[in-house]
Design a protein. Sequence first.
Length: 237
Amino acid sequence: MKHIRFLLAATLCIVVGCQTLPQVGQTPQQLNHTLNYWRYLPDDYNQNRRQQWPLMLFLHGAGERGTNIAAVLKHGPPKLAHEGKQFPFIIVSPQCPTNQWWSAPTLNRLLDDVIARYRVDKDRVYLTGLSMGGYGTWTLAGTNPERFAALAPICGGGDPAIATQLRHLPIWVFHGAKDKAVPVRKSIEMVDALKAAGADVKLTVYPDAEHDSWTRTYENPAFYDWLLRQRRGPGTR
């Protein structure tokens, strides 16, 4: 596979005048020497230089914080991409520094940089995360709801007061009924507030799941099909 990719890249280099093409697959990157992240590009990203791609921003949990970027490969889409699964969108998976929480300003800078560098469909930017990343999903969306097309927080919690800011967004929430680390009521409170605000929101509670409600979510093809159907509305641009 690597040999084939090399030949394809060499051929494209000749065709487009030896311009540097971004490496497809999942590779480690860095934002301004401050934030490490994994960037995944679909295998056919370089084949059509006019095509724009959906973007998923994935936020990991507290256990993957630090300086070892390999830790981010433990769960979720970056894990699946590392194992060889192919996705029809760009995936950005940053690493939160040691003993810190997700920072909305930093994540917004990351999104700005990625959108400037790659062919991102700005009307199809999706936000998801697990545990601490679920909390980060709610927080970042509440800070900048206009830039996302859909949210998928997993076993996290948020401030119900932001429900009115998110009422225009399609949201799918996931949680384990037996979760002792983050009680399921944290998600139920958010969903109830969103429904009261008139949001398009649904909740999936796995009756037998504890804190790990993310594995079956991220392995479910229906989850990605749902994401890819969502687009940012004209009134939110």
